[in-house]
Design a protein around this ligand. Structure first.
Ligand code: SF4
Length: 468
């Protein structure tokens, strides 16, 4: 899934091993929202206020802030938007928060990666777009807070100490290969070879990780993949496994990557081979560990043209955010949400629903179920992405220009149902910087954003909110 750091986060250089970067002075935490009825509201906090120090210490990020808020007695140093400084003293229950949300999660800058992976999606973008698209997040704090993947290659001694002291677990680690030489080659970084020691470090301290392996055909598939999964599974036993799960995902390549990078896209035969290799391992892990432990992302099955595994095989879906079982989960939610569809709608309705070409086939049965409702016509359009140069594309990567090109001259009906995952979180902008209103206006159709199964049912059967 696309992880894009906030545009407001200051980025450090990628030479994060530099201690000067690690000790970067935190900036004040800027209040974005004040929860009604909270201590923050009682104290008179307003959006735009800047929290400088708590009990004399400047928080580096939301993790520090959360821990500091746990004190019973707090002295807050705050600056108004006009620059006036206040000191506020308060007493509260330790489990009571201040009820403040902040504009950023990190106050001392984003730790970027110091690797040079040839398959890096960030490097496979065209130049000239919003700056946040080019930030190479490799920050353990964001991994702990939001589940973004990191490589562990840029951590300083004090970072490791902090992970241990603050129990920042689980973290989400991009492994790619456990063979030290191969991992160094894949990440183009000698520090990548230290993974085995790092896994042992987590295990010794009863700290945990989720792992991911991005498979590049011909580089880390086959025997290398088997070794990687077996090595990781070696840390997955016992009451307190150091490795909780592993996601195996195919490399994504775009038309913007340099020629001669040694990479090739995953073909259906590659996908089928990886499935044939990993599914028996899952059964073996199930026997030994009581969990399938290593899961294949949905893309493998869609590329291979094979049915998605049943929902029960994904256990508690530990890697759903990483595209592992997300379509199966969505189909299951749709199954429930559409189990009692009406026989007809009072007012005839014609709608269109746009998704990435890769997932359209899996969603077609749902569309057919909707179309059995008399008076309702739902058309599903599975589009390729000329922007990225991908025919089999996942929905989240479709851009505004892909929609404009793919939907021009098509019958879109009263409204276009658009998966929210195509837009940047909290904003109406696509990955190519096209704005949603530009797409609506060019296609001359209102758009209804779809976040999940309930939204789809509401859009098909509920009041037409696009008329409002
Ligand atoms: S670790 Fe590799 S893939 Fe991830 S941002 Fe850095 S260069 Fe890109």
């Amino acid at each position: 899934m696309w992880k894009e750091p906030s545009a407001g986060i200051a980025a450090t250089s990628n030479a994060v091993v530099d201690p000067a970067v690690a000790s970067r002075q935190p900036q004040p935490a800027v209040v974005a929202r004040v929860e009604p009825g909270s201590i923050g509201e009682e104290l008179g906090f307003q959006p735009g206020d800047r929290l400088i120090r708590i009990n004399g210490v400047a928080p580096r990020d939301l993790i520090d802030l959360q821990i500091m808020q746990g004190e019973e007695e707090l002295t807050l140093e705050v600056e108004d938007p006009d620059g006036t400084r206040h000191v506020v003293e308060l007493e509260k229950d330790p489990d009571e928060g201040l009820g403040l949300a902040f504009t950023e999660a990190l106050f001392d800058g984003l730790r970027q990666c110091n690797n040079h992976c040839p398959f890096c999606f960030i490097d496979q973008q065209p130049p000239g777009h919003r700056a946040s698209l080019y930030l190479k997040d490799d920050d353990y704090r964001l991994s702990f807070l939001y589940g973004s993947y990191l490589t562990l290659t840029n951590l300083t001694a004090s970072d490791w100490q902090r992970i241990e002291e603050q129990r920042l677990s689980p973290l989400f680690v991009s492994v790619h290969a456990t063979d030290p030489e191969l991992r160094s080659r894949l990440l183009v970084n000698p520090r990548a070879a230290l993974l085995a020691d790092q896994l042992a470090w987590f295990a010794e301290r009863r700290l945990q990780i989720h792992a991911q392996v991005v498979v590049c055909p011909g580089l880390n598939d086959g025997e290398a993949l088997e070794r990687t999964l077996r090595d990781l599974a070696g840390y997955a036993s016992g009451d307190w496994p150091a490795v909780l799960s592993t996601a195996v995902v195919p490399v994504g390549l775009t038309r913007f990557r340099p020629a001669g990078d040694g990479l090739r896209p995953v073909e259906p035969a590659d996908a089928a081979a990886v499935i044939r290799q990993v599914e028996p391992l899952q059964l073996e892990f199930q026997q030994a560990l009581g969990s399938r432990f290593a899961w294949l992302s949905d893309e493998w099955y869609l590329i291979a043209g094979l049915p998605l595994p049943p929902r029960s095989t994904y256990e508690d879906m530990p890697q759903r955010e990483n595209g592992v079982g997300s379509i199966r989960g969505f189909l299951e939610e749709l199954e429930l949400a559409t189990s009692h569809l009406p026989a007809r709608v009072a007012v005839p309705r014609r709608l269109s629903w746009v998704v990435g070409q890769m997932v359209a086939g899996a969603l077609q049965p749902v569309v057919e179920r909707f179309n059995r409702v008399e008076g309702l016509e739902l058309r599903l359009y599975g589009l390729p992405s000329p922007y990225w140069g991908q025919v089999q594309v996942v929905t989240g990567l479709l851009t505004g220009s892909d929609l404009l090109e793919g939907l021009a001259d098509l019958e879109l009906g009263e409204a276009l149902l658009l998966p929210r995952v195509m837009l940047r979180e909290g904003e109406d902008v696509f990955l190519d910087d096209t704005r949603l209103e530009a797409v609506c206006s060019a296609l001359a159709v209102p758009v209804q954003l779809i976040g999940g199964a309930a939204d789809l049912v509401a859009a098909c059967l509920g009041p037409p909110v696009w008329d409002a």
